[in-house]
Design a protein around this ligand. Structure first.
Ligand code: GLA
Ligand code: ZN
Length: 721
């Protein structure tokens, strides 16, 4: 599990009915929702405007400044704000005593300046009176310690009192603002995945888990069989005996632990769903979403969380990546790849539908310490990168910079003294440029030739039992993604039981759990000509987290054409990998794991060297039907991995028409016959990109023939001539 803690440790709709004047470029969110099914997502019924805005905190700003703020926000070209997601204590000063008068006044002022409002429901941070009166709402972490109030996200997602009070304040807000001119939509809560400890282990979650297990399995006999409770005398005879995986002087049952992760995901998603059902009923004309943090934070199944929401939102802070990975030393080109992974994975949560950046870094990013100062050009570049990966809009975090509270170091568009920040003009320019792409550009579809499996079952199960202490699904996924991303052929994140047919190559590193449905889907994909590239630890387990009772790689053995003769966690051994002619290159080092392969029908692309594994097959390729299945049995070093995956990509026939050096990203978005090519230089130096023909800048109109040179940290949008 990658939690925020681990992450840190590792390094318009203006209601036209109400007579509001629409900005020329804005579009009316004309929603004719089917009232019969309030939970049903209505993406096709919703026409979103261009959402270019800023996160605004009237709750933290003297009222005397609200008009000036609204005027300046409008002058900056921003057309919406998100407000109130952390303002519970000002909206309900004691239980049932609601006051929305201040927020109503703020919304009116914003609306007068043509600014539309996204309201946040405030359940991410309950007021002190609430946790004082109902201490049972507090989250219990994975060590059994009750997390104390004073921060945020310290609450249990299952607790009924907390759910009731969260729904109550959200309902009062909804009733108050359902018809308020200028209000266009809702953000439920704030960053569900951001809990310091990821999951709650309290007594309410325990009961919730028992009920969930009952619904899932029906009888205790099935539970006992699926979890294998005969081991260590764990046979349950009553539902209430089922524990949660808290410290117990022995590792938890892996089946139970995996189901507990699934339960926690469900608990958070169903918490959000309660507010969604209410909002659909009371505010049928408004869109509803929530913001989240993209991969590699992974404690909630985001497909589950966003299933009935209108579109995906996430928060984009390259500065966080800069601060927390590799001690702040990660070069900007590499930061960009981690950020790209976040965008690609979030876009894929709703299968490619354009997403919104609800919080975009607008300056120095810091809480108790500052992150690196963005270089001139980088704020613009990062916003364009989000759009290059499928965003339909960007909201900057935040308008002003807080003069009090835990985020005084988090810089907004205004400095502490309300002067314009160093990035202000750059943001104004960016917003203007993004608007010029119009609705068609910002809502076009991202083009992907390849896909990555993002398999939470494998991720969670490997976190429970990594095999080798250092083996991590998220780290493998990031390494593989980084190796493939530089080919600039576009990458989606999919589930192996989803539609794979449009991809030339599908990558599935450490797919530890493989279901029968996934195996059959992959089999058909390869049979029909797809290239499937996977790795060590393939198909070791089934969905209950039991080891399969067949030779590895289990259900996909026929497709891969190999048997895993033995598998070896690597600690001190020096093991190399020597490549054959197809993948010719310098020998690789094998780091954490070696699956020793015996080919059945596959051919050998690389062999192990050193120790007793000398000569065993390390990488194989199997012709299966019209496609190919490649098994990378060794955890090869980063350089070799990149070389191998790039070679396999080329074999799949996937190739970018653009020649871009390292550090330059090229992505494509299409709408009908039109295509926008985004060229992003994440390096500080100028870089030259070769172009397949004549292009014109969609932003400046400049023409380019065969190549274009970008300044350091520059972003361009090109159209073919
Ligand atoms: C997030 C939150 C914001 C703010 C920013 C900056 O991701 O949603 O409330 O805390 O980060 O840290
Ligand atoms: Zn709980």
């Amino acid at each position: 599990m990658i939690t925020r803690r681990r992450f840190l440790a590792d390094g318009a709709v203006v209601a036209t009915a109400a007579g509001a004047k629409l900005p020329v470029w804005a579009r009316v969110l004309n929603v004719a929702r089917a009232a019969a099914d309030p939970t049903a997502a209505s993406p096709d019924l919703v026409e979103h405007g261009l959402l270019l805005g800023v996160d605004y905190y009237p709750d933290q700003t003297p009222e005397s400044l609200w008009s000036e703020d609204a005027r300046m926000i409008a002058e900056a070209g921003l057309t919406n704000v998100r407000v109130a997601e952390f303002a519970w204590s000002l909206m309900e000063s004691s239980e049932g005593k609601f006051d929305f008068a201040w927020l109503t006044r703020s919304v009116e002022i914003l609306h007068k300046h043509g600014i539309e409002v996204i309201l946040g429901t405030p359940s991410a941070a309950p007021p002190p009176w609430l946790s004082e009166k109902y201490p049972e709402i507090l989250l219990v972490n994975n060590q059994g310690t009750t997390v104390q109030p004073g921060g945020r996200r310290f609450t249990c997602p299952t607790n009924k009192v907390y759910r009731k009070l969260s729904l109550a304040i959200a309902t009062e807000m909804a009733k108050t603002f359902a018809e308020t001119p200028g209000v266009i939509g809702w953000q439920i809560d704030n960053e569900f995945t951001l809990q310091q400890w990821g999951r709650c282990y309290c007594k309410y979650c325990r009961t919730g888990f028992q009920d969930w297990a009952k619904r899932k399995y029906g009888t205790l006999d099935v539970v006992n069989q699926k979890w294998g409770t005969a081991f260590w005398s764990q046979v349950y005879t009553e539902w209430k005996q089922i524990p949660v995986p808290l410290p117990s002087n022995g590792d938890p049952n892996p089946g139970l632990a995996l189901d507990y992760d699934r339960y926690q995901s469900y608990a958070n998603a169903s918490f959000a769903e309660e507010q969604l059902v209410m909002l659909r009923k009371i505010c049928p004309r408004h869109f509803v979403t929530t913001n989240n943090v993209g991969a590699p934070l992974d404690t909630i199944d985001l497909r589950e969380l966003f299933r009935n929401l209108d579109f995906v939102c996430h928060d984009n802070y390259p500065g966080f990546v800069q601060i927390f990975f590799e001690g702040g030393k990660m070069p900007p080109e590499q930061v960009a790849t981690v950020v790209a992974l976040g965008h690609d994975s979030m876009r894929s949560v709703k299968d490619g539908k354009p997403f919104l950046i609800m919080e975009e870094q607008s300056g120095k990013a810091g809480q108790s310490f500052f992150g690196p100062q963005p270089h001139p050009g980088q704020l613009r570049l990062w916003a364009f990168q989000a759009v290059a990966h499928g965003a339909m809009g960007v909201n900057y975090f935040r308008w002003d910079t807080a003069k009090f509270g835990a985020e005084e170091y988090w810089h907004g568009l205004l400095n502490h003294d309300r002067s314009k920040s160093p990035g202000f003009d750059e943001i104004v320019r960016t917003v203007k440029e993004l608007k010029s792409l119009g609705k068609a550009g910002l809502e076009s579809s991202y083009v992907a030739e390849t896909a990555f499996s993002f398999d939470l079952d494998s991720d969670w199960a490997l976190n429970i039992q990594p095999g080798n202490r250092k083996l991590s699904y998220a780290a493998q996924l990031m390494a593989w993604y980084g190796s493939v991303a530089s080919a600039n052929v576009g990458t989606d994140f999919i589930r192996l039981d989803g539609d794979l047919s449009k991809y030339k190559a599908v990558f599935a590193p450490v797919q530890y759990i493989v279901s029968a449905k996934q195996a059959e889907n992959v089999r058909n994909y390869v049979r029909n000509g797809g290239v499937f590239v996977t790795s060590f630890r393939l198909g070791v387990k089934d969905e209950t987290s039991q080891i399969v009772d067949m030779p590895l790689p289990g259900l996909l053995r026929d497709v891969m054409g190999v048997t895993v003769k033995d598998y070896v966690p690597i600690y001190t051994e020096k093991i190399g990998v020597q490549f054959g002619t197809e993948l010719a290159g310098p020998d690789a080092e094998c780091a954490l794991w070696a699956d020793l392969l015996t080919p059945q029908t596959a051919t050998v692309l690389a062999k192990y060297t050193g120790a007793v594994y000398e000569g065993a097959a390390a990488i194989t390729a199997n012709a299966f039907g019209r496609g190919k299945a490649v098994y990378i049995g060794a955890d090869v070093d980063a350089k070799s991995l990149a070389r191998v995956l790039q070679a396999l990509l080329a074999m799949s026939g996937s190739k970018s028409a653009f020649g871009a050096p390292t550090g330059v990203e090229v992505t494509r978005r299409q709408a009908r016959a039109k295509e926008w090519v985004f060229v992003l230089n994440h390096a500080a130096d100028a870089q030259k990109v070769t172009l397949p023909g004549k292009f014109k800048s969609a932003l400046s109109g400049d023409a380019f023939d065969g190549s274009v040179t970008l300044r350091g940290f520059d972003a361009m949008v090109l159209e073919r001539q």
